[in-house]
Design a protein around this ligand. Structure first.
Ligand code: HEC
Ligand code: HEC
Ligand code: HEC
Length: 351
């Protein structure tokens, strides 16, 4: 942090205190000086905890990033409910349970200061402090899907749909399900008669919603209905395509840039967005398993890591980062994780 940045941070904290004092003055029940000071302390502590743990999903202005809800308009929410949400999380969503008693990392006093923050803070000051500390999370980027012409497939019956499906499959599914749908250590084969006997709507549902608690993410945020239909058609008509002798277009992953710059940039992104759950230097925390772990690093390919980071782990608090980070940023994070491999410890216990 530069000297100017720390001054900005200092000034922003000052502004935050002034704006809070105004809130308190407007609130007759809190007109005593002691109450003002107490509230100010809580909110200032809350900002630090917020920036360390919550900003990656709820945004530096509490505006909510992507699919994550805003917190800047829920000041009126029942404080007990607010406390409970942070302490216990929301079941089967990416909102983790942060309370120590619930397996999380925050004490009662820390959660109380977050509640004070949400109820009283001027979110512009939070943004200014985040900015001064260089903690503004990266903006959402739109994943680009390159067009590919697949003449042979297009010439089959309903070929347009199949070629779309094939392009989508090559881009999104091969790292886990294999280039020819033959399956890998990470995921089952999709080229099976059993799967082809499954109802169309059921296949679409699996692709859209995923299988909770497994690496099969729900793709409904990344793919529209038509794209899901193309993938379903591709799975059902796979034998036709093979009979036609079509070569599968493998989208070549760019070789990982392991330059010191890439690793440093990955380390920075990791420390802003991942350490709150995966621990400092990826050593793990009660919220998420260690990634700085030889078993994980040895058994997971770059392509698989890319998919897991981009799509998240459905039904757990592991978020999908694909909408947030560019491919280059995800690659930088992977380069950083790879740089830990030579010294990574063996951790057998999983969370
Ligand atoms: C990985 C992303 C993520 C992180 C990190 C995260 N949350 Fe959430 N949060 C969510 C999601 C998703 C929901 C919506 C859950 C649901 O559908 O009910 C949510 C909901 C909430 C709600 C309820 C909002 C409402 O309108 O009902 C509060 C309050 C909240 N989070 C506070 C926090 C606090 C405080 C932190 C940091 C300690 C935090 N969150 C960290 C994803 C996250
Ligand atoms: C990060 C790895 C991963 C990626 C990427 C992935 N899947 Fe999966 N998929 C899985 C796993 C693991 C399962 C098995 C889930 C279970 O245990 O039921 C699965 C299951 C499925 C099933 C159900 C198979 C069955 O026999 O029940 C379908 C269909 C499927 N995936 C389609 C896709 C499609 C289409 C894509 C690309 C858009 C895709 N998957 C991408 C990991 C992945
Ligand atoms: C809100 C908490 C949270 C955040 C933030 C988070 N993760 Fe995770 N992550 C998890 C959890 C929980 C799991 C384990 C999911 C499961 O049960 O399979 C996980 C699993 C993973 C895995 C798979 C590990 C394995 O052993 O298979 C990778 C890779 C990963 N996360 C990378 C990241 C990266 C990179 C970031 C930052 C961009 C990140 N995570 C941020 C909670 C989080």
């Amino acid at each position: 942090m530069t000297r100017t940045q720390s001054w900005i941070g200092f000034l922003a904290t000052g502004l935050l205190l002034i704006s809070l004092a105004m809130v308190v003055i407007r609130e007759p029940a809190l007109q005593s000086r002691a109450a003002t000071t107490q509230l100010q302390t809580a909110v200032v502590q809350g900002v630090d905890i917020y920036l360390e743990n919550c900003v990656v999903c709820h945004g530096a202005s509490g505006e909510g990033l992507g699919v994550y809800p805003a917190l800047n308009a829920i000041a009126e929410m029942d404080p007990v409910e607010l406390y409970r949400t942070i302490e216990r999380g929301r079941y089967a969503t990416q909102m983790a349970a942060y309370g120590i008693d619930e397996g999380g990392i925050l004490s009662q006093a820390q959660i109380e200061s977050l509640v004070s923050l949400i109820q009283n803070v001027d979110w512009n000051s939070v943004y200014t402090i985040a900015d001064a500390r260089d903690l503004i999370p990266p903006e959402m980027v739109v994943a680009e899907i390159p067009e590919e012409t697949m003449t042979m497939v297009s010439e089959l019956v309903d070929g347009e749909r199949l070629s779309d499906g094939l392009t989508l499959y090559a881009e999104n599914c091969t790292s886990c399900h294999g280039i020819n749908m033959e399956g890998t250590v990470l995921a089952p084969a999709l080229d099976t008669d059993t799967l082809r006997a499954t109802e169309t709507y059921e296949l679409a549902r699996i692709i859209e919603q995923g299988v909770p608690g497994t690496l099969m993410a729900g793709w409904d945020n990344a793919l529209d209905d038509e794209q899901v239909d193309s993938l379903v058609a591709l799975i059902l008509r796979w034998p036709d395509i093979q009979t036609a002798g079509v070569e599968i277009p493998v989208v070549e992953a760019e070789p990982l840039d392991m330059s010191p710059e890439a690793i440093a940039s990955g380390e920075r992104l990791f420390s802003i967005t991942c350490t709150s759950c995966h621990g400092i230097d990826g050593y793990g925390s009660p919220l998420a398993p260690a990634l700085n772990n030889i078993l994980f690093l040895d058994s997971t390919s770059d392509a698989a890591m890319r998919q897991i980071i981009a799509m998240g782990v459905n039904g757990t608090v592991m978020p999908a980062w694909g909408g947030r980070f560019s491919d280059a940023q995800i690659n930088a994070i992977i380069a950083y994780l790879r740089s830990l491999q030579p010294t990574a410890p063996t951790i057998t216990q999983s969370q």
